[in-house]
Design a protein around this ligand. Structure first.
Ligand code: ATP
Length: 226
């Protein structure tokens, strides 16, 4: 089976600063991998590098066997690499509807006109609150609703791999539970990489858990207490 995502010997960092030197990660279609690690370990840097928001220092990123290392972020998104960023990154001054509409630009240019509205209807059926609040500014949403909006945007590109950066951060336990059920529901439809500090959450959604230590990814048993 060709992995949906393969990261080989990846070096990440900012300018002269190296964060990780030799990261490897293989993700099979539909697989969910969790990544734990202390603050500053380089988890967000890894996700941003995979989606093309940061230049890689070394190594390769392959999507369905194709080397996408030199592709800009928009091309990776058009080919199904989605990021649900840390802090949601909802555009506070735009309406909920416009936050969703912006994702239209992330679809390949030859996408038939009826595809986006069809996907939007499907996404709003998963998150009806976003439809009800469509005209309201992004800033009016609660933390949990903003997280749903961030996930909705990622779903609109029909991801083959969705990366979620600390999705439970700042959410009430009842919302974390809803989020857990949502991700469990997504499992198998597309691959996911979930970066989290909440190991119990990862244990309930991930097929396997890796820990980032000293710039490397180390496999840990799903049941091991971190
Ligand atoms: N824009 C930046 N410029 C320079 N260094 C940065 C930048 N962003 C992060 N770093 C540094 O890169 C390292 C890894 O940060 P990163 O945010 O990837 O860690 P993380 O594991 O995601 O931690 P957290 O859980 O706190 O988000 C840290 O030492 C951090 O200070």
């Amino acid at each position: 089976m060709t992995p949906v995502l393969e990261v080989k010997g990846l070096g990440t960092g900012y300018g002269q600063l190296a964060v990780s030197r030799d990261l490897s990660l293989t993700l099979n279609p539909g697989e969910t991998v969790g990544i734990l690690g202390v603050n500053g370990a380089g988890k967000s840097t890894l996700l941003k590098t995979i989606v093309g928001l940061l230049p890689q220092h070394a190594g390769q990123v392959l999507l369905n066997g194709n080397d996408i290392s030199t592709w800009p972020a928009f091309r990776r998104a058009r080919n199904g690499v989605a990021l649900v960023p840390e802090g949601r990154q909802v555009l506070a001054g735009l309406s909920v509807r416009d936050n969703l509409e912006l994702t239209r630009a992330s679809l390949p240019s030859r996408t038939p006109a009826d595809v986006f509205p069809g996907r939007l209807a499907e996404v709003l059926s998963i998150f009806p609150k976003l439809g009800e609040r469509g005209a309201n500014p992004g800033s009016s949403l609660s933390g949990g609703e903003q997280q749903m909006l961030a996930i909705a945007r990622a779903l609109l590109i029909a991801p083959s791999v969705m990366m979620l950066d600390e999705p439970t951060q700042g959410l009430a336990p009842v919302i974390v539970n809803m989020l857990k059920n949502l991700l469990v529901d997504f499992k198998g439809r597309f691959a996911m990489v979930v970066v989290e500090q909440n190991s119990a959450f990862l244990e309930s959604v991930a097929d396997r858990i890796l820990e980032m230590r000293s710039g490397r990814l180390i496999e840990v048993a799903a049941t091991e207490k971190i």
